[in-house]
Design a binder for this molecule. Structure first.
Ligand SMILES: C[S@@+](CC[C@H](N)C(=O)[O-])C[C@H]1O[C@@H](n2cnc3c(N)ncnc32)[C@H](O)[C@@H]1O
Length: 357
């Protein structure tokens, strides 16, 4: 029998989508790059399924409340605070009651090549990973990316334990060939002196051949990437790139430990909206570039300040961003307007309740 997370009140009944719809709040502008939807995301996800059907979303990210037990307020930078959303739950099951149906609908909405990325921290990551294993399948697990969201400072350091300053991004694929574009970053050399390759006109460093087979060594030799010592020992050359100031830089594959995406407090003030728990654009940029392609339909159903929407539009991916908080709506609207990104404004509605109400 498979492993399953249970809690009192877990509801496995089919989710009815009929009656849910997205209604324009105003006529969509010319050249719209995406949709901003106001309302509860369960209703919005049901409406998206009714409208587009299964597989109609190529990529999805969610940054839901973290079960932090706190209230969050928008800060305008001049001392005014406005309640944005609450993250309080009587028990953990109440939190799962919210996440479980939404994850089930997102699974249905995703296209076969699509991936889902769920950002949480130590409070919910273990629970959601078990749920996602069940909904998507253990074999569809892609990564648990660790992002250092804050430097280890202040109370965190005094807490008598390692600082809890890491967010986890849980990634799952819908099918067996999800999109993935390999990324690399350029890093300064930590040790060793770069050498100059006359033929390639590039700096390089050397590493032992490791587990390269003889066949691979022959291929690398043809590519000019093998260095032999006078005693005949084989080393592999790794070519370097050069920074603007001429410093040799080593390309390093982006792995699942992200300590090079600065916390929001370290990004430009122009990027900071004052919305609580806003995520850095760089985080979404890296995730979108690696796991989606231009033109892919992107969905963020816990949109907050509109980070996913802004980055998706910039990278040429049409977006849908959903949030129920009026402060989120105001922040997202002004952020998109400032970035000159035209969008359609819609409301999630249940025709049954709108007719009776
Ligand atoms: C952690 S914040 C998202 C922050 C966002 N990633 C950003 O960069 O600004 C979570 C958001 O989920 C929204 N939210 C919570 N429950 C919701 C629901 N049932 N329907 C729609 N939005 C919801 C909250 O209003 C809040 O804006």
């Amino acid at each position: 029998m498979s492993v399953r997370l249970t809690w009192p009140g877990r509801d496995d009944r089919p989710i009815e989508t009929r009656g849910a719809r997205l209604v324009p709040v105003e006529p969509p502008p010319e050249g719209s790059k995406g949709r901003v939807v106001v309302g509860d995301n369960l209703l919005a996800l049901r409406a998206l399924l009714e409208e587009g059907g299964e597989g109609s979303i190529d990529w999805t990210y969610l940054d839901p409340p973290y079960m932090s037990g706190a209230d969050y307020a928008h800060e305008d930078g001049k001392g005014a605070r406005t309640h944005a959303y609450k993250d309080r739950w009587a028990q953990r099951g109440d939190y799962l009651d919210v996440l479980y149906p939404r994850l089930r609908l997102l699974h249905r909405l995703l296209a076969p090549h699509g991936t889902i990325w769920v950002q949480v921290d130590h409070r919910a990551a273990h629970l959601l990973q078990v749920l996602l294993d069940e909904i998507f399948g253990v074999q569809r697990f892609r990564n648990a990316i660790a992002w250092r969201r804050a430097p280890p400072l202040g109370r965190q350091v005094q807490s008598g334990q390692f600082p809890r300053n890491v967010d986890t991004l849980l990634g799952y694929a819908k099918g067996d060939s999800p999109r993935f574009n390999r990324l690399h970053v350029l890093t300064p050399l930590k040790e060793g002196k770069p050498r100059w390759d006359e033929a390639a006109q590039k700096f390089f460093t050397l590493a032992p051949r490791g587990d390269y087979t003889d066949e691979s060594v022959s291929r690398l030799e043809r590519e000019g990437r093998i260095h032999r010592t006078p005693s005949g020992k084989v080393y592999v050359k790794y070519f370097l790139e050069v920074g603007v100031d001429g410093t040799p830089l080593k390309p390093r594959a982006v792995d699942s430990f992200w300590d090079d995406v600065p916390p929001l407090r370290h990004v430009s003030p122009l990027e900071r909206t004052g919305y609580p728990t806003q995520k850095p654009e760089k985080l979404l940029e890296r995730l979108l570039e690696a796991t989606s392609n231009a033109g892919d339909r992107v969905l963020d159903c816990f949109g907050g300040s509109g980070t996913t929407a802004v980055v998706a539009a910039r990278l040429g991916r049409p977006f849908v961003t959903v949030d129920e908080s009026p402060v989120s709506l105001a922040t997202t609207k002004s952020r998109l307007a400032a970035a000159k990104i035209p969008f359609a404004l819609e409301r999630a509605e249940d025709s049954a309740s709108s007719m009776s109400g």
